[in-house]
Design a protein around this ligand. Structure first.
Ligand code: GBH
Length: 473
């Protein structure tokens, strides 16, 4: 049974800063503009049946052309941090070789505008949009040929933007793109191969180390990390086997990446089960040591986990099963629009403590947290802007994180809400809305939701004029 939630302190300013998170392929659109090359997500989205309603990211929020408005809006909200990603296929349309100056110029203009607006950019190098050419040439993340090529892309970005950007991450959620993209086929490149999925994990770790080596030379005063996602695994029962199973589930999902970085090897539970797991050599462990300056955590939800011998999970052979209901059939938390997301703020506090206990990072920045509100897309306007369920989600998750910081002494310093704008939600297309700003995908008009006003008021960014509306063209 889920622990009772104590929601306290929601009215006082939280002890960490607020930012909003986005990703290039979900907001930019302009996929064929100014020399951008095709990405594996363009290819994947073009296959009928892969994306709900046949949606594509061709237009998305048209951020490529509207970034000034969106940055101005954040400035007026008083928001001081913005997480964005660079589209590799804009900067190197073929993956390596010729740099596309127009791509560099675009991100130069975005970063410049953010700085003028007194907003600090946090930049992710890779949010899933691999140049298609690299998938075609050698199978993308399945091959270690990717390692020097990613490092070259990273160095190009560090040289161009290292003076202006302090906070970087190499990869967003490698768990997601390796296991869903290569292992299960529910994301690009749409492959269904467990061996490739674990090769992906291994090559991502090597590519991270190679990129950070460039970073230390090129951006000596910067901070870098890898965005790792993990759901909290709540033991289905209080039995020791279920507790141990829940622990193993988090080892598979989070420690598979964080242990190599912080401890130099894959977790024993993973090594034992995955017979085809590549080995971390002494050299690779040495290269990974000290390769993150802060822990970047994406967290949304919790599941129940039970001991189960011989189970087959997303990552191949495993020894636990997962459910969203307890033994009495009760859901772990209220439903969101996304099936995988149940509202479990108590799990956030436990997750933060788990990360802190296992790794003792100097600093934790939560780089994504948010929700798709149940039924939102079907609601008429302007009622849809009263996103009470999302306001309550933020209130309760932020209160839980506040307790982790003030009571448990977890060194969490920053909190990025996912997301600023409704956007291209991958396989779910545009119908699952995560923004605090509503986007009308026909007119591209933006409207503040109640949650935008709630967050900036809670964090005391600025006092909003109640008549204030979103700047339009
Ligand atoms: C993040 O992933 C992403 O970084 C971001 O781009 C995305 O828009 C945001 O969350 C909201 O989804 O459908 O059962 O196969 C969060 C982690 C991992 C959650 C994959 C959804 C799919 C589960 N995601 N998961 S399922």
């Amino acid at each position: 049974v889920a622990p009772e939630v104590q929601v306290e302190g929601a009215q006082t300013k939280p002890p960490f800063y607020l930012g909003f998170a986005t990703a290039a392929p979900q907001i930019e659109g302009a996929n064929a503009t100014d020399g951008r090359g095709p990405s594996i997500w363009d290819t994947y989205a073009a296959i009928p049946g892969n994306i709900d309603s046949g949606d594509t990211s061709a237009v998305a929020d048209d951020f490529y052309h509207r970034y000034l408005n969106d940055i101005a809006a954040m400035h007026l909200l008083g928001v001081k941090k913005f997480r964005m990603s660079l589209a590799w296929p804009r900067i190197l349309p073929g993956g390596d070789g010729q740099v596309n100056d127009k791509g560099i110029n675009f991100y130069g203009r975005v970063i410049e505008a953010l700085l003028v607006a007194e907003i600090e950019p946090h930049v992710t190098l890779y949010h899933w949009d691999l140049p298609q050419a690299l998938q075609d040439r050698f199978g993308g993340w399945n091959s270690d040929q990717i390692v020097p090529i990613f490092a070259e892309y990273a160095a190009t970005a560090f040289k161009a933007f290292g003076d202006a950007v302090v906070h970087w991450t190499t990869f967003n959620e490698p768990w997601t793109f390796c296991f869903l993209g290569y292992g299960q086929g529910s994301g690009a490149p749409g492959l269904n191969d467990k061996v490739q999925a674990w090769n992906c994990v291994h090559n991502v770790l090597k590519a991270h180390a190679a990129a950070v080596k460039q970073f230390r030379a090129l951006v000596p005063n910067g901070k870098i990390s890898m965005n790792l996602n993990c759901d909290w695994a709540q033991p289905l029962t209080a039995s020791p086997p279920d507790k141990a199973a829940a622990e193993r589930k988090m080892e598979y999902m989070l420690a598979a990446f964080a242990d190599p970085i912080f401890k130099g090897d894959y977790p024993a539970s993973v090594k034992q089960r995955i017979s085809f797991l590549p080995q971390i050599t002494a050299q690779m462990a040495a290269d990974l040591k000290g390769s993150v300056d802060y822990f970047a955590l994406n967290h949304y939800t919790s599941t129940y986990v039970a001991d189960k011998e011989g189970a087959i999970g997303l990552q191949g052979p495993c020894d636990y099963s997962e459910t969203q209901v307890d033994l009495a059939g009760k859901l772990i938390g209220a439903e969101a629009e996304s099936d995988w997301l149940k509202v479990t703020p108590w799990g956030f506090r436990l997750m933060l403590n788990w990360v802190n206990d296992r790794y003792q990072p100097k600093e934790i920045i939560v780089t994504e947290n948010g929700m798709s509100m149940k039924g939102e897309d079907a609601m008429p306007m302007p009622q849809a802007l009263q996103d009470t369920q999302r306001v309550n989600f933020y209130r309760d998750y932020i209160a839980a994180a506040t307790e982790a910081v003030t009571i448990d002494k977890v060194p969490m310093t920053g909190y990025f809400a996912w997301s600023l704008l409704d956007n291209f939600e991958w396989g779910s297309g545009y119908k699952k809305r995560f923004g605090v700003v509503h986007v009308d995908f026909t007119t591209q008009q933006r409207y503040y939701k109640a949650s935008a006003k709630y967050l900036v008021t809670l964090f005391k960014c600025t006092l909003l004029d109640p008549t204030f509306t979103y700047p339009s063209d």
